[in-house]
Design a protein around this ligand. Structure first.
Ligand code: DCP
Ligand code: MG
Length: 413
């Protein structure tokens, strides 16, 4: 567990998304050359325009129809799909070959990740075009399909590239689900569907089963994930060691890995949903105070200082509002967190609320003796600290747009 401090939620309650961009490098090329839309595009590593050396990094789905695939030699791809510039007969299928431009793809990838961080607190990017999100604290299963569909649309709108998304109660099933209906896929596997979803799939589909293991499993009479799930665990462990147990678990839809953001968290937060949306402001204030207390207990335990204090308010159906206030110096000051949270909630008085959150961000992970606002004020007044500005909160909540931008700073990177 990283410093993210997200409490472990029983796995059947988790909602994990796996986002995997479709033919990513080719989609990036299409973004800056829209005329390549719907055409076969091949991106070559070690390839130069007009040449035939190098290997295929990726091919668009139209090019894949001509058996052009990743890791193939460009010379072989050219045999299957001639270069568009060399064919004058437009009826003949032809490929648009482009060299890899990693810096550009990385910049698109950053734009995609910005969107992911906007919509989820827990994001783990695992490659240039792939990430896991844990949104258990944000929604229930009934909201998951709409959430994932909106996320796809948002990625497309903000970063201009298509994604496939799998949603499941754990990471390994979510990854299989994102791959299940590519391109432009959206597959939601609810907790009670996991076993039946996995059962017919080939064992290679499972995380941890490569071609060699799959061959050995076949020799044991096990072809599908369903058969693997039913297999005798001791026999699997005997044959494959502890990995045998892991793949047995995955085949049964068990995977306890937690989506852990990499590195120190950018924020610490706690959220809580009301059983039913409420507009009782006393209730709301009480809940907010409890959340603030829980968050500051964690910051104090870990000696974490924060500069920004914020709240999240979810109003029906799933509208997320964030408000925050920044201080000019980092503090660990529980009464201040409570005061600011209560201040920020004021504007929502009278509105029904279904979920509340308190978050501190702009974190510093240093042992410090100046951890309260008073300490900061004292140090700011000292003559040997000429740069020490008085750490008054910078005003009330700013405009909504500014607040939203602030919210993205909240997230893990
Ligand atoms: N990549 C590469 N060489 C490989 C495999 C992948 O250079 N052998 C690069 C190009 C891909 C990117 O990594 O665009 C992402 O890899 P994916 O496996 O996700 O493949 P794609 O995104 O291209 O296709 P898919 O739609 O199957 O996800
Ligand atoms: Mg991909």
């Amino acid at each position: 567990m990283s410093d993210g401090g997200r409490p472990r939620v029983p796995s059947e309650e988790r909602i994990v998304l796996h986002v995997d961009m479709d033919c990513f490098y080719a989609s990036c090329e299409r973004r800056r050359e829209p005329e390549l839309q719907n055409k076969p595009v091949v991106v070559g590593m070690g390839y130069e325009a007009g040449e035939s050396h190098g290997a295929v990094a990726t091919a668009s789905y139209e090019a894949r129809e001509h058996d052009v695939e990743s890791a193939q030699a460009i010379s072989q791809a050219l045999e299957r799909l001639p270069r568009a510039e060399n064919t004058d007969d437009s009826a003949e299928p032809a490929g648009h070959y482009r060299p890899v431009d990693l810096a550009y793809y990385e910049s698109v990838s950053e734009e995609v990740k910005d969107v992911l961080h906007e919509v989820a607190d827990t994001v783990r990017a695992v490659s240039i075009d792939e990430a896991y999100l844990d949104v258990s604290d944000r929604l229930g299963w009934e909201g998951a399909p709409v959430f994932a569909r909106n996320l796809k649309a948002r990625i497309h709108e903000a970063a201009g590239v298509p994604a496939s998304i799998g949603v499941a109660p754990n990471m390994s099933t979510a990854k299989i689900a994102s791959d299940y209906d590519k391109p432009d896929g959206l597959v939601v596997v609810a907790p009670d569907e996991v076993r039946s979803f996995l059962a017919p799939l080939a064992t290679e589909t499972l995380h941890g089963v490569g071609p060699v293991t799959a061959r050995e499993l076949r020799s044991m009479g096990i072809e599908t994930a369903g058969e693997l799930a039913e297999a005798d665990r001791h026999r699997l462990v005997e044959r494959f060691g502890s990995r045998g147990g892991t793949v047995h678990d995955h085949a049964r839809g068990h995977d306890d890995r937690v989506v852990e953001p990499v590195g120190n968290p950018k924020s610490l937060s706690n959220e809580s949903a009301f059983t039913e949306a409420t507009d009782s402001f006393d209730h709301i204030r009480d809940r907010l105070v409890a959340l603030a207390e829980e968050v500051t207990t964690r910051t104090s335990q870990r000696s974490v200082l924060y500069k920004t204090i914020g709240i999240k308010v979810v109003t029906p159906p799933f509208d997320v509002h964030t408000r925050s206030r920044s201080l000019s110096g980092p503090v660990d000051d529980p009464p201040l967190v409570e005061r600011i949270a209560l201040d920020l909630i004021e504007e929502f008085e009278g509105r029904p609320i279904r979920k509340l959150g308190v978050r501190v961000s702009n974190l510093s992970f240093v042992e410090a003796d100046q951890s309260s606002l008073e300490d900061w004020e004292r140090s700011a007044a000292e003559p040997n600290d000429p740069g020490g500005a008085s750490p008054q909160p910078d005003g009330g909540p700013t405009t909504e747009n500014e607040c939203d931008r602030q919210a993205s700073v909240f997230e893990f990177l």
